[in-house]
Ligand binder design. Structure first.
Ligand code: PAF
Length: 281
């Protein structure tokens, strides 16, 4: 495995890969890797000869007052965890990704980018898409893998790829959970033991509400019950619990049938967590 920090080194490494006729699978990350990220690398391996993972904490997707400065930067541990799951680790500086004097086109997430996570974090999805497009242009992968936990991100990346990188195949990888059901996230490390126990309510609520809807309960009534479940927990502040159509990422009507994606976002002990569950009505 090579750990490289510059675009020039990346270009040289990828030129060798392409000259050997090999396909490239790409997993963009912000580091602080956990088993969820490693499962993305495993997925990339299924679809490609060479796996490239980027580790870059992208300033453009953090708003004022968000955790950009204190976002964990753990390159040595990340490289050790990656082991032989990737051939190339690309860990550039901000100046490599956004070089002074070079205009990197800003991307706009549109209306879906202003709802749910986008409403809570204005500008987040524009910044996310800007760096993802930049990384796609640098790596030029055949396949890119994103986690389904960030369902809205995955939806927007699929839109970006369809519009601007039509040959690129986007794979959504299943959510990896702790044995408690808590979805893995780099932010879980900020939870103390008690808050981790409390955070289990998110996955429990998703399972309960989706089951109630599958069993025929009206969507509004089931969502209201879910809101009560989460709001009843100490140290927990619900942001949203919503049912969307995964094709459009807009709220479903009461008579919706087919695939439905139940989304939740809440703060536990001040740490913002998200999770979701896809099911059929
Ligand atoms: O999901 C993430 O970690 C980030 O949003 C991504 C896709 C690496 C872009 O910075």
């Amino acid at each position: 495995m090579q750990v490289i920090h510059t675009v020039a080194e990346l270009n040289a490494a990828l030129a060798e890969v392409r000259a050997a006729g090999k396909t490239v699978g790409f997993v963009p990350t912000m580091g602080a890797l956990h088993d969820g990220h490693l499962s993305l690398l495993d997925q990339a391996r299924v679809y490609s000869d060479v796996v490239v993972v980027s580790i870059f904490v992208n300033p453009k997707q953090f708003g004022a007052g968000e955790d950009f400065d204190r976002y964990p930067r753990t390159l040595d541990a990340d490289v050790a965890a990656i082991g032989d799951k990737a051939e190339i680790v690309f860990a550039p500086s901000v100046a490599e990704v956004y070089p002074a004097g070079v205009e990197i086109p800003a991307k706009h997430a549109g209306p879906v980018g202003e709802t749910f996570e986008g409403a809570a974090r204005p500008g987040h999805f524009d910044g996310m898409l800007t760096v993802v497009a930049r990384l796609f242009s640098l790596v030029n992968p055949d396949v890119a893998v994103f986690g389904q936990k960030d369902a809205q991100q995955l939806f927007l990346v699929r839109q970006l790829a369809a519009a601007e990188f039509p040959k690129l195949r986007i794979i959504g990888a299943e959510i990896v959970r702790e044995t408690s059901g808590l979805a893995m996230s780099s932010r879980n490390r900020y939870l103390n033991a008690e808050q981790r126990d409390i955070a289990e309510i998110l996955a429990i609520t998703l399972a309960t509400v989706s089951q109630l809807i599958e069993d025929g309960m009206a969507i509004d009534a089931a969502l209201a019950m879910g809101v009560e479940m989460i709001s009843g927990e100490p140290e927990t502040k619900l942001d949203y619990l919503a049912l969307v159509d995964p094709q459009t990422f807009t709220a479903v009507g009461k008579d919706h049938t087919g695939a439905a994606l139940l989304l939740v976002a809440a703060q536990v002990g001040g740490i913002r967590l998200i999770d979701n569950h896809l099911f059929e009505i």
